[in-house]
Write a protein that binds this ligand. Structure first.
Ligand code: MG
Ligand code: ZN
Length: 196
């Protein structure tokens, strides 16, 4: 595999992937990053890979939390994990028949469109089968990071499984080795280095 490129974007599920899963949480004080999340996002941002969130929030449709509470939780996520280049959020429930609720591909397609990249150039990272199905349906690369809640069947069916978010970044960025664009390192050519 010599032709691999860095991804156009990495799209993260929120609950159970970026932050601990507190079902239908509307309380910003209960937001807690998952292990490795801060480091993983930092490495992607330093590599100039756009990062986004693609999240099902059916608690809004169920009336278990308000859109305002959800916004406050998302603001806390950015406070703890830094700014994301896009958020794609489905506030519907299964019965609504929308095209965005994972496992449908709508959130992945929407986030990719906002970031002006092809879904095929995106990596989707999540903790359950719905995330992987959405990735597959959108033509993206899906990487499952299982938690205690992840079903064995979901792990078995995933095309790619990572130990944690650090492992995800190792996988994603190890695909990007190649010449550094001259514009990114104008001194490199002057010093006679074509790559580093
Ligand atoms: Mg999740
Ligand atoms: Zn939806």
């Amino acid at each position: 595999m010599f032709e691999k490129r860095r991804p156009g974007a990495v799209l993260f599920d929120r609950d159970g992937t970026l932050i601990r899963d507190v079902p239908y949480n509307g309380d910003p004080d209960r937001v807690e990053p998952m292990p490795g999340a801060i480091e993983a996002l930092g490495r992607l941002r330093r590599a100039d890979v756009p990062v986004a969130v693609v999240t099902n929030q059916s608690g809004v449709a169920k009336g278990l939390l308000s859109a305002d509470e959800m916004d406050q939780v998302n603001a806390k996520v950015e406070e703890l994990l830094g700014p994301f280049d896009a958020w794609a959020i489905c506030v519907h429930d299964d019965a609504d028949g929308c095209t965005c609720r994972k496992p449908a591909p709508g959130l992945v397609i929407r986030a990719a469109a906002v970031l002006d990249v092809s879904p095929r150039d995106c990596v989707v990272v999540g903790d359950i089968g719905r995330d992987m199905e959405a990735a597959r349906a959108a033509g993206a690369r899906g990487i499952l990071v299982p938690t205690q809640e992840t079903l064995r069947e979901e792990i078995r069916q995933a095309s790619e499984v990572a130990d944690d978010l650090i492992d995800v970044v190792d996988r994603v960025l190890s695909d990007t080795e190649g010449p550094v664009p001259a514009a990114a390192a104008p001194w490199a050519r002057a010093m006679g280095w074509s790559r580093w």
